[in-house]
Design a protein around this ligand. Structure first.
Ligand SMILES: O=C(O)CCC(=O)C(=O)O
Length: 343
């Protein structure tokens, strides 16, 4: 009797070919040979001096990266190595749990605040992605921790610690980004209304034919800003001047990218850039994005200070909840969701 497996990691044991529902049409495949390896093309910014006399120089660097690349990497970010190590370790252990244990958290409903799922949105998509993921809401922590997996036993403690520390980093970055736009330091903080913080733990199993499929196809992030932790296996690629650049993992470094909401707030000064995850034949890969967002009722629009007669508002004001729902229902697509919110 055929059994239906809900998760990719349980479906693929012994599989030597990519099942047909994961195969992209030829024109949409990743073309893995035509990728440039990151050699300084994604800036690395040292945050050490952000609270000292060099603050304005670092803010300038951040502003330039947001404007030119939409992506940058940060070192000396203040998140202890042990916290990063525990987060990666407990994530790995979670995906090694027996199927029955993992499935306790399974749901295909994107509105759920804690869920394990697969691909992107199994309810709406035509082609599947080579990924399982655990998605967690994490701010305010006390509203959500009780929903999180309780196995591995240290999961809640390790992840809560990671979330607290990552939130601290995001808040410092948001202040710096506000200032880099010439806005008050707390401009973005206030624009978010009640803040939201979500995270995904992405698990990409080894894939027998990585040239046929994606971990995640090219997409821009719908939220405000994303801070990504990746293990030591490459997979993230960023679109720069029409070319895909592979972002080589650097230990204890986070990758930061501007999401659609900062593109809107900045009236297109800063770019929410396409990125994708590719898979490989040999190694599983874990990546952990923290998605920082406005609350669903926050009204987002271009900052008045950044609109002028010769550069009018490019977007209408909208509730973030409306944006987010459209993003999930539409499925991952390279056409940005932003077009639906143009002024
Ligand atoms: O796995 C990665 O490096 C990218 C993950 C990502 O883009 C996402 O989860 O939205």
């Amino acid at each position: 009797m055929a059994t239906t497996k809900l998760l990719l990691s349980d479906l693929i044991s012994g599989v030597t070919h990519v099942p047909s529902n994961y195969i992209r049409p030829i024109s949409e495949r990743p073309n893995l040979l035509d990728v440039q390896w990151s050699d300084g093309s994604i800036p690395v910014i040292d945050l050490k001096g952000l609270s000292g006399p060099n603050r304005s120089d670092i803010i300038k660097e951040i502003g330039q990266a947001c404007q030119n690349d939409g992506f940058f990497q940060v070192i000396n970010h203040g998140i202890p190595e042990a916290v990063i190590k525990n987060m990666l370790q407990v994530s790995k252990e979670f995906f090694q749990l027996p199927e029955s244990e993992r499935l306790k958290n399974y749901s295909d409903d994107p509105s759920k605040s804690t869920r394990l799922s697969t691909s992107f949105n199994v309810k709406t998509e035509k082609v599947s992605n080579w990924r399982d993921f655990l998605r967690l809401h994490c701010y305010p922590l006390e509203d959500y921790v009780h929903e999180w997996p309780s196995n591995p036993p240290s999961f809640r403690e390790d992840v809560a610690e990671y979330c607290n520390k990552t939130r601290g980093l995001v808040l410092r970055l948001l202040e710096a980004i506000s200032e880099s736009l010439g806005l008050e330091r707390d401009y973005i903080d206030k624009a978010l209304n009640k803040h939201g913080q979500h995270m995904a733990v992405n698990y990409y199993p080894p894939c027998p034919e990585p040239e046929l499929t994606y971990g995640l196809p090219g997409h821009a992030d719908p939220n405000l800003i994303t801070v990504l932790l990746q293990d030591d296996v490459p997979g993230l690629q960023v679109l720069k001047k029409g070319k895909w650049i592979a972002v080589n993992p650097i230990p204890n470094t986070f990758i930061v990218n501007i999401g659609d909401q900062i593109q809107v707030l900045s009236n297109d000064r800063y770019k929410s850039v396409l990125h994708r995850a590719v898979v490989n034949c040999d190694k599983e890969r874990i990546s952990i994005p923290t998605f920082y967002c406005p609350s669903p009722d926050a009204v987002i629009g271009p900052a008045r200070e950044l609109t002028h007669d010769d550069h009018p508002a490019l977007y209408r004001n909208f509730a973030y909840g409306e944006y987010y729902q459209k993003f999930w229902n539409r499925g991952l697509a390279t056409e940005t969701c932003l077009d639906m919110f143009k002024a």
